[in-house]
Design a protein around this ligand. Structure first.
Ligand SMILES: *Cc1c(COP(=O)(O)O)cnc(C)c1O
Length: 232
């Protein structure tokens, strides 16, 4: 039976492809990350069967709960605010941490990654619009923090992430995405040792097409795939 999840994924893939082509980009350079927070394993499996094998969660507990039951080829991304005391639970479970928003958190990830004998890929979360309600560092301190992270041996700064403001029309967030991309280009141009960022994690259900047009390499989509979340 064809479920709405599979259909939704097809529609989103097409829209990503169109947005990429419009910007002269290869659609293959955009990862559609399925955001599975509050979604049960059965529905997640439908998305995995439809070809989405990289999943994003914003809570450590949900990664722990879902980790064992889902097939081995799934890769988990931590996309939500991460408390330092919980790093130890996910260090061996996730592929990429999108939400590094302080030096203290980076230091803890570095420490736990060393213990696990791995190098953890991370993104620095930027609060581009400087919203009070959002996590992330501001653009003006990004370079300084990234210089400090570049000296930590067990993390690798792969790029930048932002959660853009909630807007009616995704088009309104275009300047946010332009700004994040420019920040990445500017910091790369400084040629900091060990820093050559190639990931831009930006765009959600309401604005992923605009984000792809402006250079997103990962879009994080939940509602567009699974429908509205039900919080119990
Ligand atoms: C929930 C969430 C998303 C997905 O949001 P949708 O609007 O449902 O696509 C993306 N990024 C982060 C950090 C989230 O917490």
């Amino acid at each position: 039976m064809e479920s709405f999840i599979r259909e939704n994924i097809e529609v989103i893939r097409e829209k990503i492809a169109r947005a990429a082509e419009k910007a002269g980009r290869d659609p293959k350079d955009v990862l559609l990350l399925a955001v599975t927070k509050t979604i049960d394993n059965e529905r997640i499996r439908e998305a995995v069967d439809a070809g989405l094998c990289e999943l994003g969660e914003n809570k450590v507990q949900e990664i722990m709960d879902k980790y064992d039951t889902l097939c081995r080829d799934v890769k988990w991304h931590m996309i939500g605010h991460l408390q330092t005391n919980k790093v130890k639970y996910i260090i061996d479970k996730v592929t990429l941490i999108h939400s590094v928003d302080s030096l203290k958190l980076a230091e803890e990830i570095n420490k736990k990654a060393a213990k696990a004998e791995k190098v953890m890929d991370i993104l620095v979360e930027i609060n581009v619009a400087d919203e009070e309600s959002k996590f992330g560092i501001t653009c003006d301190v990004a370079e300084d923090i990234i210089r400090k992270l570049s000296t930590m041996h067990n993390i690798r700064v792969r790029g930048l992430m932002t959660v853009a403001p909630f807007v009616e029309d995704g088009e309104q967030n275009r300047p946010v995405f332009v700004r994040l991309r420019q920040l990445l280009v500017d910091i790369n141009a400084k040629k900091i040792d060990n820093v050559n960022m190639d990931i831009l994690s930006m765009g959600m259900t309401g604005d992923y097409e605009v984000a792809v047009e402006e250079g997103a390499t990962i879009v994080r989509v939940g509602t567009g795939i699974f429908g509205p979340r039900v919080y119990l």
